[in-house]
Design a protein around this ligand. Structure first.
Ligand code: ATP
Ligand code: MG
Ligand code: FE
Length: 350
């Protein structure tokens, strides 16, 4: 079955076609440059851009696959979580395609999509696996069995900021350009990660082994750079060393907790996904620590880490092949929804 996947939860408009684990065609547009002057994603601007980009994106994905729309056998769409107006554009379009083509509709969870992102490159997911999801809005350690069929078990989440949010806020505090995560990664290149000993929040805590907290780290970096700026006569620490030290603290906490989860649950496979999985230091430290612990590490290629249509098409394809029932046609976008499984559970209308 050919599955059309649609992603519009934030500022990326993505469409892709997947059949039996094989990527047939994809297209991606972004409104990122339209948000740069505001220093963050403006929901109304993102939603208007999706309206503008979505149909051309689907057409480009179909053209890349050499298919007409009549070849589509199912439509999968991110139904949550995300920006409400952005999600609604994708869900409305997906329903229109499903109705017009008379094919089933699958409303899926965006984070389950991140987990499925590299199935088209790396093959089926190991079962079971520990998944570390690190993105702009989420930081979670999960125990995943069959992604399409089984409930997802949360081992721990963040108490406050997400890892990506922390990258973005620290980048802004250090005067780096938007978007902050990639800019900080570049700024840290060649820096001394041991220059500043930033805190490792909630590590070594037996009562919260898998819980994360990043707001204190963000404050620590901001305080530290303020003190630097006002400390006359003190040799300034180069920006690259501060950036590298911050990045080290985040990568250290994330990988330590992820490997502890693997060890405690006897799981031999770790999957690191979401936008922050693009971070070079996180990738390197995860590889090093997994090798030392005898854990197989799977991290998607860079372009599959951030939001895209392929991850949604790949997840839809898993659902179709697993024979999971499709969503009702009164599916609605769910801007805030906890990750319990691949599908967004239908929310009854009031
Ligand atoms: P969510 O998936 O939680 O709904 P989102 O869709 O906005 O949120 P993604 O697109 O998955 O998030 O990831 C974007 C986040 O990843 C941003 O916070 C961005 O700064 C961060 N990011 C991207 N590349 C890097 C990098 N190289 N280093 C660190 N952070 C990065
Ligand atoms: Mg994004
Ligand atoms: Fe995302």
């Amino acid at each position: 079955a050919v599955v059309l996947g649609i992603e519009t939860s934030c500022d990326e408009t993505g469409a892709a076609l997947v059949r039996d684990g094989v990527l047939l065609g994809e297209a991606l547009s972004s409104s990122m440059d339209r948000h740069a002057r505001y220093g963050g994603v403006v929901p109304e601007i993102a939603a208007r851009a999706h309206v503008e980009f979505l149909v051309p994106c689907v057409d480009r994905a179909l053209a890349a696959a050499g298919l007409g729309s009549s070849a589509v056998d199912a439509v999968a769409v991110t139904a949550g979580p995300g920006l409400a107006t952005a999600l609604h554009t994708g869900v409305a379009a997906a329903k229109a395609y499903a109705l017009a083509l008379d094919v089933p509709l699958y409303g899926v969870h965006h984070l389950a999509g991140h987990i499925a992102a590299d199935v088209v490159d790396a093959g089926p997911l190991p079962n079971p696996l520990v998944a570390l999801i690190v993105s702009g809005g989420h930081t979670s350690l999960l125990l995943v069995r069959d992604l399409a069929r089984d409930p997802i078990i949360h081992l721990g989440d963040t108490l406050d900021d997400a890892a990506g949010e922390c990258f973005d806020k620290v980048a802004r505090a250090l005067g780096l350009p938007y978007p902050g995560g990639p800019a900080l990664d570049r700024a840290a290149h060649g820096g001394d990660a041991g220059a500043v000993a930033f805190p490792r929040p909630l590590t070594g805590r037996a009562d919260a082994p898998y819980t994360f907290s990043f707001s204190g780290l963000k404050t620590a970096v901001a305080r530290w750079s303020e003190r630097q700026a006002s400390a006359a006569g003190v040799a300034a620490v180069p920006l690259r060393d501060v950036a590298a030290s911050f990045q080290e603290a985040v990568a250290d906490v994330l990988t330590a907790k992820a490997l502890r989860a693997c060890a405690e649950h006897g799981v031999g496979d770790l999957l690191v996904v979401g936008g922050v999985a693009a971070n070079s230091r996180l990738r390197a430290l995860a590889a090093q620590r997994c090798a030392a612990a005898g854990v197989r590490l799977r991290v998607p290629a860079l372009r599959r880490c951030t939001d895209n249509g392929v991850m949604i098409a790949a997840l839809g394809d898993l659902l179709v092949r697993a024979g999971v029932p499709s969503s009702p046609m009164d599916l609605s976008a769910c801007p805030e929804v906890f990750l319990t499984g691949a599908m967004i559970e239908p929310v009854p209308l009031p």
